[in-house]
Design a protein around this ligand. Structure first.
Ligand code: IVH
Length: 711
């Protein structure tokens, strides 16, 4: 990405390309800033700007004051009253590699060593400046929050205006909207508030809330928001602040604009004052004098970017010393004293080759995108779910479209939407096929459901997916029975239903006759199946593929009814009486067992030796459900004796609350191997940390050992 863009070899051509790029960039900025509906991925946009910059570097006459390289943001929308910023809101220059970061640091050093602005010196002059003449610098490192830039202007301690960036000089007045955000005080609780304090920050949509909101929208068949930034921008730019209030926006302050009546020597000092005033400031900031350490911060946070509760797209490195900042000054677009290192983008554009449909183990028909493979945040993406027909229509994605693909954290890859400006001619809107692509039976959409279903219980793909589910980790965890083996066994006619898996030991000869299957592979598979046969009862229930019955409900059920026969015999009212089981699950379990073909399957499985009774010590019975009531626990890193889910379950079974991020309310952080940034955060916040032995002690005794990290 940091390759130098190609520049046309003559001025006329350069001018034509310059015009073209300027137009595209202006439109993109308008869509991004004003409409909150970008149709270019950030990385594509950045690449266009770099190309424009390269052209202007080669042909300086093209760099007019109206060129997009000299401007930030987009003219404000007229729906909100304009607000003029006391000091222009600039943008930041970007670096995409260590070399570019080092080049910036060198420019800073040389700039401080001479009186001239760095870009006034040519390459040779710059190189001739002795860096030893430069005073020492301290680099402040901060996360770059991907949100909406905001300027909070406090006059005599009261919030006078809150404005969006707009074109950098004039933005939109969103004061009433901003006042709905928690932790933005109307009055600064300072003894002697300054005459003017212009606070700069980012408004963002916290990730968990964003994902929950989008999941709910998808469930209802509504269009999902593109990303948290657009959701934040949309929420902030609601005309009615009461609508904004219903969205859980947050803000994060990272600097100052104009100030009067107060003086700071360093950035950290200024941020300290903001924190004292109750404004949220950068939590993970660090100061370094050595560029190696700055780079280590960049690498650490690039790896840990999903450990924070908001989306970040880079690291901002800025000089700490405010006099040095003043000495370096700014260009029309960006300060010289700061740079944004951009992390690999979580959104990329690619071609949507086709929309296909999968039929899952419950018969649910899910459309998915077949993509031209694309690297998104380090992972190659070829398929992405499109959820259901309503979503495909809401997004209006079509085979042949160029689309944006997004992958953030553990969230499954998603097609965000089409790049309409690049839609080829002749594309067709998509609709759900009338028939199941696997069995040809009709696909139907039940009343009130967003999804279509194949109702054929003998649909070959339902069987395939049910077999894969039976063997999966959360169910019977059968080693050697992955999807490919399932496909092969089906193809060879060696299994025709779930029970056949446990009859494979009677077909050893046929297995041995399979191409490329030696004795070892056959014995491994049969051993894996035997282990599966012995998995605890709750896992058997999960393997049966009963609608709505996941691992947690299965455990709850087994705790109350520790035998398969008892569960089969239970009436829906009896199941519903179990603490934690509602009517929907009670009904689903009851009707599943009451269906004759399922009853027959269960009989066969019992005859084939599947676990039918829970071992009492295996279940959570006997655990004091209030042992850890009131505890809030964060689990991070890899534990040897527990998966993340098991640790969470063990804690919740004892009444503890398990959360994903460290805060003032965290009682303890349980840290396994390679714990990542949550551990640093815990130490910084003075939250106790327990290792695995300390964790076991906690589960047993309801308290931490005297030295939690020593067990
Ligand atoms: S300092 C003069 N620090 O990113 C601009 N900006 O792409 C000084 N941003 O305009 C900005 N996190 O809106 C700074 N920790 C951070 C930031 C940050 C996000 C935004 C800001 C800036 C934009 C540039």
């Amino acid at each position: 990405m940091s390759d130098r863009p190609q520049v046309p070899s003559d001025l006329a051509e350069a001018r034509a390309r310059h015009d073209e790029l300027s137009q595209v960039i202006r439109t993109a900025r308008y869509r991004y800033y004003v409409l909150s509906a970008p149709d270019l991925a950030d990385a594509e946009f950045d690449a266009l700007v770099r190309e424009l910059e390269a052209i202007e570097e080669a042909y300086p006459e093209l760099q007019t004051p109206t060129s997009p390289t000299q401007q930030v943001g987009a003219p404000p929308d007229t729906a909100f009253p304009p607000v003029t910023h006391p000091e222009p809101m600039l943008s930041l220059d970007n670096a995409f590699s260590r070399e570019e970061l080092e080049a910036w640091a060198a420019r800073v050093q040389r700039g401080l060593a001479t009186d001239a602005a760095p870009e006034e010196l040519d390459e040779d002059e710059l190189a001739a400046v002795d860096p030893d003449d430069a005073p020492g610098v301290v680099y402040g490192c901060e996360l770059k929050v991907d949100g909406v830039a905001i300027a909070l202007v406090y006059r005599d301690g009261l919030l006078a205006t809150a404005g969006t960036r707009g074109d950098g000089t004039t933005g939109e007045d969103v004061t009433n909207q901003v006042l709905t955000i928690d932790r933005v005080p109307y009055r600064l609780p300072l003894d002697d508030p300054p005459a003017l304090l212009e606070v700069r920050g980012e408004v963002y949509y916290p990730l968990e809330a964003f994902e929950a909101m989008n999941a709910a929208r998808i469930e209802r068949g509504e269009a999902a928001f593109m990303n948290p930034r657009n959701a934040a921008s949309g929420a902030l730019r609601q005309k009615d602040p009461e609508v904004t209030r219903t969205r859980p926006l947050a803000v994060w302050c990272h600097g100052l604009g104009a100030v009067e009546g107060i003086d700071f020597a360093t950035h950290a000092e200024a941020m300290g004052t903001l924190a004292e005033a109750g404004l949220p400031v950068a939590e993970q900031s660090e100061q370094h004098t050595d560029l190696d350490e700055v780079w280590a911060y960049v690498e650490r946070w690039t790896a840990a970017r999903h450990d924070v509760s908001y989306e970040i797209d880079g690291v901002v490195v800025k000089l700490e010393d405010l006099d040095q900042r003043a000495e370096l000054g700014s260009t029309a677009r960006a300060p010289r004293w700061a740079i944004a290192y951009k992390m690999p983008p979580v959104e990329q554009a690619t071609t949507l080759k086709a929309i296909e449909v999968n039929v899952g183990r419950t018969g649910k028909a899910t459309p998915y995108a077949v993509l031209e493979p694309v690297l998104v945040a380090g992972t190659r993406i070829t398929y992405a779910t499109l959820h259901n027909e309503i979503q495909v229509h809401a997004k209006d994605v079509r085979a042949g479209d160029r689309v944006l693909v997004r992958r953030a954290g553990d969230v499954i890859p998603e097609v965000v939407g089409p790049v309409l400006s690049e839609r080829p001619e002749g594309t067709q809107a998509w609709s759900m096929p009338a028939e199941c692509p696997f069995c040809g039976e009709p696909l139907v959409r039940p009343e009130g459901e967003a999804h279509h279903f194949c109702e054929n219980v003998d649909c070959p793909n339902r069987l395939r997916e049910s077999l894969a589910h039976l063997a999966s980790r959360g169910a019977l965890d059968i080693e050697g029975l992955g999807e490919q083996t399932v496909d092969l066994l089906l193809q060879e006619g060696l299994v025709e239903d779930l029970a056949d898996v446990f009859r494979l030991d009677q077909r050893r000869e046929e297995l041995l006759a399979l191409e490329k299957w030696g004795t070892k592979r056959v014995e491994n598979l049969l051993a894996g199946i035997d282990e599966g046969r012995q998995r605890p009862l709750d896992r058997v229930l999960v393997a049966l593929n009963i609608r709505h019955l996941g691992p947690t409900y299965a455990k709850t059920l087994v705790r109350a009814y520790p035998s398969l026969q008892a569960i089969r015999d239970a009436e829906p009212e009896e199941l519903e009486a179990i603490d934690g089981i509602g009517p929907v699950i009670a009904q689903a379990v009851h009707s599943w067992f009451a269906t004759p073909r399922n009853a027959q399957l269960v009989d066969e499985l019992i005859a084939l030796g599947i676990t039918t009774d829970a071992e009492v010590e295996d279940s959570a019975a006997g655990v004091d459900a209030d042992l850890l009531a009131g505890w809030t626990v964060v689990v991070t890193g890899t534990l040897e004796g527990f998966t993340r889910d098991e640790a969470k379950e063990a804690l919740e079974a004892r009444g503890a609350k398990v959360t994903g991020s460290v805060s003032g309310r965290t009682s303890v952080v349980v840290a396994g191997a390679d714990p990542g940034s949550k551990l640093d955060k815990a130490s910084a916040a003075g939250v106790p940390v327990a290792d695995e032995a300390g964790f076991r002690h906690l589960l047993q005794h309801g308290e931490l050992p005297d030295d939690p990290e020593a067990g």
